[in-house]
Design a protein around this ligand. Structure first.
Ligand SMILES: Nc1nc2c(ncn2[C@@H]2O[C@H](COP(=O)(O)OP(=O)(O)OP(=O)(O)O)[C@@H](O)[C@H]2O)c(=O)[nH]1
Ligand SMILES: [Mg+2]
Length: 290
């Protein structure tokens, strides 16, 4: 992918700075990730900022991810001693585990507060992570009302805000943040394919083309099953890959007047298919072994 895309607007630096300040006010941090890309959707700058607080890696959107891969990721986080929970905030799944784990992490602190006479003090949680991972949706699910605005694009939440629950949790919704130097092209691709990086700053044809290659390498039958094309050619054979891409577009009816293939329209359709798991529940990352 092109290196010059700008996914780090000034407001994200401001939000990261704000996170460093506001994290002092909370007991626990939920580091919300996209279960399809648990590696790429952990912001290293954010992880650094919140490192001295108890935190839980929240693998959200697990309804869209490959369940076997998610199980591997859960074992991985367990093996490195990082508390993690898989959830589906849209359908309110996994929330009990999340609150239970949260209470375990803050138990000592609450017990100490109780000893000092501070009974019924709320548990304060910061919900942070890269854009579009479902932070605000999670907050609404946890407080059981529409307290914050959500949206199917990155950059919906623009400033932090507190939301109260009726069971003693105060939740701080944070704007989604990326980091200035996303060194690996594969990470850029994963973040763009899942919608964490704004599509406006990327070339959708290139993103779709590369995402198809990545899916083919991980799930060889997924694209043929959905788009009625042959299995992937040699990924080094760009012409053959491109011909197959055009065939997919043609079969989806993306044809301009004069018979030319509408690559742009197909790319947008394809990315929407991927994001809504119409190609299947696909995860783009596998945890490191050993
Ligand atoms: N399928 C699915 N979609 C989800 C889930 N959680 C959130 N979404 C969708 O993801 C999109 C983004 O959700 P938001 O809650 O606005 O995400 P956010 O992390 O607050 O985004 P920013 O404020 O832009 O950083 C919305 O369209 C949600 O409906 C989930 O568990 N599964
Ligand atoms: Mg939000």
């Amino acid at each position: 992918m092109a290196q010059e895309i700008n996914w780090f607007p000034g407001h994200m630096r401001k939000s990261l700075n704000e996170t460093s300040e506001r994290v002092k006010l909370v007991d626990v941090v939920y580091e919300t990730c996209d279960a399809r890309i648990p590696f790429s959707s952990r912001n290293p700058e954010l992880s650094g900022i919140v490192s001295n607080k108890p935190r839980i890696v929240v693998l959200n959107k697990c309804d869209l991810a490959d369940p076997n891969r998610t199980a591997e990721w859960m074992s991985y986080f367990d093996s490195i001693g990082v508390p993690a929970v898989e959830i589906d905030a849209n359908h309110k799944k996994g929330l009990d585990k999340l609150t239970k784990l949260t209470l375990e992490l803050v138990k000592d602190k609450l017990d100490k507060a109780k000893e000092k006479g501070r009974i019924g003090r709320p548990v304060r949680v910061m919900v942070a992570g890269v854009p579009n991972t479902g932070k605000s949706t999670l907050i609404n699910a946890l407080c059981k009302r529409k307290a914050t605005i959500t949206g199917d694009r990155p950059g919906v939440t623009r400033s932090s805000s507190w939301v109260k629950t009726d069971y003693g949790f105060d939740l701080m919704d944070m704007p989604g943040v990326l980091w200035p130097k996303i060194a690996s092209k594969r990470m850029q691709l994963c973040l763009t394919a899942t919608g964490a990086i704004k599509s406006e700053v990327t070339d959708s044809v290139e993103v779709a083309f590369e995402t198809i290659k990545l899916i083919d390498s991980l799930y060889p039958n997924a694209i043929p099953n959905r788009y009625n094309v042959d299995e992937a050619p040699d990924p080094e054979d760009i012409n053959a890959c491109y011909d197959r891409f055009l065939e997919m577009a043609k079969k989806r009816g993306c044809i301009l007047s004069g018979g030319r293939i509408d690559e742009e329209r197909f790319s947008v359709l394809f990315l929407d298919d991927f994001r809504q798991a119409r190609i299947g529940r696909l995860s783009l990352e596998i945890p490191m072994k050993g």
